[in-house]
Design a protein around this ligand. Structure first.
Ligand SMILES: NC(=O)c1ccc[n+]([C@@H]2O[C@H](COP(=O)([O-])OP(=O)(O)OC[C@H]3O[C@@H](n4cnc5c(N)ncnc54)[C@H](O)[C@@H]3O)[C@@H](O)[C@H]2O)c1
Length: 259
C-alpha cells in the first residue's frame, strides 16, 4: 500500500460530534476530502445540516446531519440506529463536542461544574459505549477524542478548573479504552490542541488585552492556531496511516506545552 493509500478514507463512515462548526467542522472537512462519508452530530441541527450540505458539495461524498445532545443517552442511541440504517457500519468516531467556561472555582455553582463534565467527558462515555458496541461486533474501528493542552497543563490567567479537569479525564479515558479495546481491533487516541481561533475563543481574541497577551507569550510560535492546522493529525489518526498507534496524545499547540 502506498503512503497515500494509507490515508485514503474512501467508503469509511465517520461520526463527528460537535462537527457543525469550529475545530470539528474543519477536521470533518479533512476526513471528507480524504473520501469519508460524514455524520455531523450536533445539538445545533440547522448548522449541522448546513455543514453537511457544504461537505457534500465540496467533496461529492455523502454527509448527513443528526440532531444530538451528546449528554442525552436517548439522542445518542437514536443517532447510532439512524447511522446504521443509513450506512450499515461505523468506522470512525470523533468525540469532539465541548464547552469551556471561565469561572473562579470558589464561585462555581455545582451545576456548572457538572455541565462541563457532562459535555466534555461524560458524553464520551455515552457515545463511545453506544458506538463501541457496533465496533466490537465489527472487530474494527478508530476513535479520536478531542482533549486539549488544558488536560496536560493549567492555562493562565483564566480560571477554568472544570475544563482542565474534564480534559485531563479525556486523556486517561482514551488510554483506558485503548487498552481495553485493542483486542477488538479498535484504536483510541486523543488530540490536545492549544489556543485555536474558533467560535469558542473568538470573543476573547476580539477583546484582546492581558489574557490574550499571556496566551501568546507562552506560545512559542506566537499566534493562535487555525482549525485547518488540526486536519493532518485528525486524518492520520482516523486512517490506516496510524495503524500501530493507540492510547496516544498528539499535542498541536504551537509549542505551548514545550515550555
Ligand atoms: N478552540 C480552542 O482553542 C480549543 C483548544 C483546545 C481544545 N478545544 C476543544 O475542541 C473541541 C471543539 O471546540 P471548538 O473551539 O470548535 O468549539 P465551538 O464552540 O466552535 O464548537 C463546538 C461545537 O459543539 C457543539 N456542541 C456543544 N454542546 C453540545 C452538545 N451537548 N451536544 C452536541 N453538540 C454540542 C456546538 O453546537 C458546536 O457546533 C472542544 O472539545 C474544545 O474543548 C478547543
Amino acid at each position: 500500500m502506498s503512503v497515500w493509500d494509507q490515508f485514503n478514507l474512501k467508503n469509511r463512515i465517520a461520526i463527528i460530534t460537535g462537527g457543525a462548526t469550529g475545530l470539528g467542522k474543519a477536521m470533518g472537512q479533512g476526513l471528507a476530502e480524504a473520501g469519508a462519508n460524514l455524520v455531523i452530530a450536533d445539538i445545533n441541527y440547522n448548522l449541522a445540516k448546513q455543514t453537511a450540505n457544504e461537505f457534500e458539495m465540496n467533496t461529492g461524498n455523502k454527509a448527513i446531519a443528526c440532531k444530538v445532545d451528546v449528554t442525552n443517552i436517548d439522542d445518542v442511541e437514536t443517532m447510532v440506529q439512524d447511522v446504521l440504517n443509513e450506512f450499515g457500519h461505523i468506522d470512525i468516531l470523533f468525540n469532539n463536542a465541548g464547552i469551556n467556561e471561565h469561572i473562579k472555582f470558589e464561585d462555581m455553582p455545582y451545576d456548572r461544574w457538572l455541565k462541563n463534565m457532562d459535555v466534555n467527558i461524560n458524553s464520551m462515555v455515552l457515545v463511545s459505549q453506544a458506538v463501541g458496541k457496533v465496533m466490537i461486533q465489527q472487530q474494527k474501528g478508530t476513535i479520536i477524542n478531542t482533549s486539549s493542552m488544558s488536560g496536560i497543563i493549567v492555562n493562565t490567567p483564566q480560571p477554568q478548573a472544570a475544563y482542565n479537569t474534564s480534559k485531563g479525564a479525556v486523556i486517561m479515558f482514551t488510554k483506558s479504552l485503548a487498552s481495553e479495546w485493542a483486542k477488538h481491533g479498535i484504536r483510541v487516541n486523543t488530540i490536545a490542541p492549544g489556543y485555536m481561533k474558533t467560535e469558542l475563543t473568538k470573543d476573547y481574541f476580539a477583546q484582546g488585552g492581558d489574557m490574550i497577551d499571556t496566551w501568546m507569550k507562552f506560545t512559542p510560535l506566537g499566534r493562535p492556531g487555525v482549525p485547518e492546522e488540526l486536519q493532518g493529525a485528525a486524518l492520520y489518526l482516523a486512517s490506516d496511516a496510524s495503524s500501530f498507534v493507540t492510547g496516544s496524545v498528539i499535542t498541536i499547540d504551537g509549542g505551548y506545552t514545550a515550555l
